[in-house]
Write a protein that binds this ligand. Structure first.
Ligand SMILES: Nc1ncnc2c1ncn2[C@@H]1O[C@H](COP(=O)(O)OP(=O)(O)OP(=O)(O)O)[C@@H](O)[C@H]1O
Length: 580
């Protein structure tokens, strides 16, 4: 109940450090007993005036030796604590990281990013006390009263028994609080991660909030959440303080009782003066380890509550990659048969989509806003896995293909591909780590970025996070350059030219169309003029496949595509007239 076996099992390395810590603390206790016995003996001799200078010197030597020994023992115990904490942090964070890698692109279907960050940072931090202090103290708190009991048995049996019997009252008090504490701490963590999520969202969208001047409303909402968090934090602290008070009453009450018994025993002549003194000096030591365990327990409980969230992450089902296959060849046909997809139960977004994406072909997926184009792209790239129907690449079921093979096969470029802080070179080499300078410049020339970069620091031009120091067009050009370098058989462009200037759009489309001569290219675009040369155009309407064919054939049909085309042409015509 008080030890989470699963948690300890996760960091087997920590066991030896915990054991070492307990042994060192126990040795320190023995040294203390020796010193207290020395004090009791000296005081007895002083009281009965039998002490001589030799006794004083001997006693001084004993005190010095014990203190030196205790210094080393305590330092050793702290070192053990540090080593076990280090093992815990390293192992758990490594496991979380590996898990995220194994979960692959679809991890966001299960957990929020902010939750993962909080668990991996704060959650693991909370476990520091559990492994470094609570667990060793747990075993020490058992060993210490037993040792003292055995020592004091030879001094006074009733006092030793009474003190020993009172010690378990502390764990009983802890256990009583535990059930309540567990629920409270679980709520505390839920509230904490919820607040973290809101904070991250508001921070990321701060500019938008400022633009629409809704930051005040969000601020008020966050204050509400913070207030809830404050309240639950206060509840947790109250619970901790109350239970510490109970433990203090038991600990110091028990020690006082032991002292009373020792005095009664002395008065009754059952114990000597020195024995009585020894009981008085050691009685608090019976309880202090348990009392200390009680204070660590509350922090450890918090860590255990955090570990609940951590286990939830670590237990998420992952697909074993070993059994996965490679895509048989680069000329593989991508086939969808009656594919359906829902983000949430009861609201299907894609309905019975069947299509064939032939190797070396240029396919376009078009449709009105909200018709499901991006959803289809996320299914094709494995970001959303909860689909129904069949999706195969080269005859192999999509789910049986390893993520690595899929990533090598399909390069996905969205309208906001992530560019990392660092240099242009760093971002490009991500796609092909062994690319030569010439290769890097070639893709930059293709995407017409080379002149601009030459006027800066070339490949060493520094980018801020998300390349926010580049223009929208430049960002998309760089994302395209990186994709071209990746050299995969299939390219999927999801609105890769949206929200950028016309010149960049034309340049990028020119490169995409050239790419379609050599590779399988799928273009999702709201602008039909970009995809007129496609070998096949799939038209989506309300998540269904409404039409398919070439641009000319679709115009002849005078259906959804033709009407979309005519509307866009008319709009573009008006735009041209207005700018003329
Ligand atoms: N993460 C999500 N969770 C729930 N519903 C979603 C999610 N993403 C998209 N949808 C819903 O799926 C539907 C299709 O959206 P999708 O983004 O695929 O359309 P689209 O054709 O790409 O639109 P656009 O051209 O505007 O980008 C929409 O009704 C949208 O509300």
């Amino acid at each position: 109940m008080m030890i989470d076996k699963r948690l300890v099992g996760m960091v087997p390395d920590s066991k030896k450090y915990i054991a070492g810590n307990v042994v060192l603390m126990w040795c320190s206790l023995v040294a203390n007993i020796v010193m207290m016995s020395g004090i009791a003996l000296l005081l007895q001799k002083l009281f009965f005036k039998t002490a001589d200078s030799r006794d004083i010197v001997l006693f001084a030597g004993l005190v010095a030796a014990v203190n030196v020994a205790r210094y080393f023992l305590t330092t050793g115990a702290s070192r053990m604590s540090y080593l076990s904490v280090r093992a815990v942090k390293k192992t758990l964070r490594e496991q979380i990281y590996q898990k995220l890698l194994k979960l692959g692109m679809s991890y966001r279907e299960e957990l929020k990013t902010s939750e993962i960050v909080q668990v991996a940072v704060e959650g693991v931090e909370q476990l520091e006390t559990y492994f470094g202090a609570y667990l060793p103290q747990f075993f020490y708190a058992m060993a210490a009263p037993l040792t003292l009991f055995i020592v004091l048995l030879s001094v006074s049996v009733p006092a030793a028994v009474l003190l020993f019997v009172c010690v378990p009252l502390i764990p009983v008090a802890i256990a009583l609080v535990q059930t309540w504490a567990k629920k409270l701490l679980s709520r505390y963590w839920d509230q904490y991660t919820a607040l973290g999520d809101t904070f991250l969202e508001n921070l990321q969208g701060l500019t938008t909030l400022k633009v629409y001047q809704t930051d005040g409303i969000r601020h008020a909402k966050m204050n509400e959440e913070s207030e809830k968090f404050r309240k639950i934090t206060m509840k947790v602290l109250t619970m901790q303080l109350n239970s510490i008070t109970i433990m203090d009453i038991v600990a110091y009450g028990g020690a006082a009782l032991g002292i009373v018994v020792a005095l009664l025993q002395y008065r009754g002549g059952h114990t000597g003066f020195g024995g009585c003194l020894l009981i008085i000096l050691l009685s608090a030591d019976f309880f202090l380890p348990m009392r200390q365990l009680g204070s660590f327990f509350h922090i450890a409980m918090n860590g255990m509550a955090a570990s609940g969230k951590m286990f939830r992450l670590l237990e998420l089902k992952e697909e074993p990659q070993e059994k996965k296959q490679e895509i048989p060849d680069t000329e593989a046909l991508i086939r969808l048969d009656e594919v359906c997809f829902s983000y949430e139960p009861g609201r299907e977004i894609l309905h019975d989509i069947s299509m064939e994406l032939k190797p070396g072909s240029f396919t376009a997926i078009v449709g009105e806003s909200g018709s499901g184009k991006s959803t289809l792209a996320s299914v094709l790239t494995g970001q959303n896995k909860r689909r129904k129907g069949t999706l195969t690449i080269g005859g192999v079921d999509f789910d049986d293909i390893s993520e690595e093979s899929r990533m090598r096969h399909i390069t996905y470029v969205s309208h906001n591909s992530y560019l990392f802080g660092g240099t242009v070179r760093d971002n490009l080499l991500m796609a092909k780590p062994d690319a030569s300078e010439e290769e890097l410049w070639r893709v930059l020339e293709q995407t017409k970025l080379s002149d601009f970069l030459k006027s800066e620091q070339g490949l060493d031009t520094v980018l801020t996070a998300q390349a926010s120091n580049l223009s929208g067009g430049q960002r998309q050009r760089l994302a395209l350059a990186r994709a071209l370098l990746h050299d995969s058989p299939v390219y999927l462009f999801d609105e890769a030219t949206s929200n950028i200037d016309v010149e960049s759009e034309n340049d990028i489309m020119e490169q995409i169309i050239a790419l379609a001569q050599k590779k399988t290219v799928i273009v999702i675009s709201h602008r039909l003029a970009n995809t007129v040369t496609a070998d096949r155009i799939y038209v989506l309407a309300d998540g269904k496949l409404a039409e398919r064919g070439t641009h000319e054939k679709l115009l002849e049909k005078r259906g959804v595509y033709a009407s979309l085309w005519n509307t866009q042409q008319a709009l573009e015509h008006i735009e041209k007239e207005e700018t003329a």
